[in-house]
Design a protein around this ligand. Sequence first.
Ligand SMILES: [Zn+2]
Length: 89
Amino acid sequence: MFILKTKTQLEKAIAKAKQIRPRVRFDRFGRYRVSGSKGGYYTVICKRSDNNYKTVECTCKGGARGLVCYHAAAALALHTGLARQRTTV
Ligand SMILES: [Zn+2]
């Protein structure tokens, strides 16, 4: 799990996601499944903590160690788009 503070911490992961183009499947708002490089899916959970930090959790090895992985970046791209739609409705 990592806390999302700035966009720059995502830059590398976004670049990798653009290269690999994983499939992102919508589970429910804040919960996504992203295809892994070796097949299968990882679950990414985006939420706000009690102190209003955005936190992102991924079930892959890197994510478990607190790294910003490309699964998280791919899921976040979808999540922020959905969150924007939500606030305007
Ligand atoms: Zn991951």
